[in-house]
Design a protein around this ligand. Structure first.
Ligand SMILES: [Zn+2]
Ligand SMILES: [Zn+2]
Length: 412
């Protein structure tokens, strides 16, 4: 039997995980045994570094900190992500440097991958990814709320707190919303404003990859609350993407009857798992409307319809689903320049409320974190895969093919 971890690796026990699980001490030994950098270990055992980190904790972190560069995903344009060696950021006044524990893929990132840019959020070449949780490794001067070693979730944006909208509690509409990207990397810099307003501590028992769901869940909770649903209401959600499923789950947890309108088998399965009372699975809008209404008394229509696709056709569909006096929430953002045709009679004489919820506020982000920590929210159901940073291109290519994956946790 190999005597040191190094021997073990050299003898072909290819991953750090096997070695560590085999009882050969800790990752620290690997590093001390002469594989000087975690990089070397990573190269030998890439896919299991996640396990190595969880098993070897502090020492891997220390080893990483001995370096001045890190691996990070850089978006260069359409479907062009490259993993590059870039400087590890340093914390300026008010800032944090966080070692990323998990970064989650998201529909917005997929859009950006496909288009090569995002007008408001990202202009290439740029660091990429925005849903993350991790451990603070450096706190800049003036930071008092956090210190090295704290487990945190840092949101993707923060409002200014001073503009017309912020002063009215509509921080999601802030004129100067500050966005942060760079989650698909070993480390990320958290700007001072996000540290001050939208960085939250993660309770010890909550896995970091679950905590990373705070941002999308905040959007989902915001959309659900804006729709004014009460317990017992029937809520239809159009769309089986990550956010559609999240809104559905939030509605089910709030005691609503829920109807999931989805296209694919994997989405139908996920919807059932997340508490859908009924699942309407069809690619035909006409069928979706008829089948959904048939699930309500006298074909009256649902109390609330939430559109979570982001297509004009689906917006119109949502209006056809609600009863008189019902509420429609156009939650999914459509492409620039698109328009919809609405039946004015139906909306006016049916007294239908139309809403369109965008983004989140600091208060709602806290609510989302509490939900994740509370245990009723099934965070694990939303993370259907794990991959290493090096596999990011492949992960997005797979997501483009509309696989049954909801979110993939990217572990650097
Ligand atoms: Zn997102
Ligand atoms: Zn503002």
């Amino acid at each position: 039997m190999a005597r040191t971890v190094k021997d073990a690796i050299l003898r072909g026990r290819k991953t750090v995980e096997t070695v560590v699980e085999g009882g050969l001490d800790t990752v620290e030994t690997v590093v001390e045994a002469g594989l000087n950098t975690v990089d070397a270990v990573v190269v030998k055992g890439r896919r299991t570094v996640e396990s190595a980190v969880s098993l070897g904790r502090r020492t891997v972190e220390n080893a990483l900190l001995g370096r001045s560069t890190m691996q990070a995903a850089v978006l260069h344009g359409r479907e062009d992500i490259r993993i590059e060696e870039v400087p590890i950021p340093k914390a300026a006044v008010g800032e944090l440097i966080v070692r990323v524990g998990a970064a989650l893929t998201c529909g917005t990132d997929l859009k950006v991958f496909r288009r090569g840019y995002h007008a408001r959020m990202i202009v290439p070449p740029a660091l990429f990814g925005h849903e993350l949780a991790g451990t603070v490794v450096e706190a800049g001067d003036g930071v008092t709320a956090f210190a090295a070693g704290n487990r945190v979730v840092a949101l993707n944006s923060a409002p200014c707190g001073q503009c017309f909208f912020c002063e009215r509690g509509q921080e999601n509409l802030c004129d100067d919303l500050l966005f942060n990207n760079g989650a698909y990397a070993e480390f990320i810099r958290i700007p001072a404003r996000i540290v001050a307003k939208n960085t939250l501590r993660v309770p010890d028992r909550v896995p970091l990859e679950h905590a990373a769901l705070t941002e999308p869940l905040a959007c989902a909770v915001h959309g659900f609350e804006d729709s004014g649903a009460r317990s017992g209401d029937t809520v239809a959600v159009i769309g089986g993407g990550p956010l559609g499923l999240m809104i559905l789950h939030v509605a089910a947890l709030a005691g609503c009857q829920t109807i999931a309108i989805v296209r694919h088998d994997g989405q139908a399965e996920a919807a059932r798992l997340l508490g859908a009372t009924h699942v309407v699975q069809t690619a035909s809008i006409r069928k979706a409307i008829a089948e959904t209404r048939a699930l309500t008394e006298k074909n009256r229509g649902v109390d609330i319809a939430i559109e979570a696709v982001g297509l004009p056709d689906a917006w119109q569909e949502a209006v056809e689903l609600v009863r008189k006096g019902g509420t429609v929430n156009f939650f999914g953002g459509c492409a620039l320049g698109t328009h919809v045709n609405l039946d004015t009679n139906r909306i006016h004489y049916g007294d239908i409320t139309l809403r369109s919820t965008f983004h989140h506020t600091p208060a709602i982000c806290r609510k989302a974190m509490d939900m994740i920590a509370g245990g009723r929210f099934q965070a694990q159901a939303f993370i259907t895969g794990h991959a290493h940073l090096y596999e990011l291109n492949r992960v997005f290519e797979k997501l483009m093919k509309r696989s049954s994956e909801i979110k993939t946790a990217i572990v650097p």
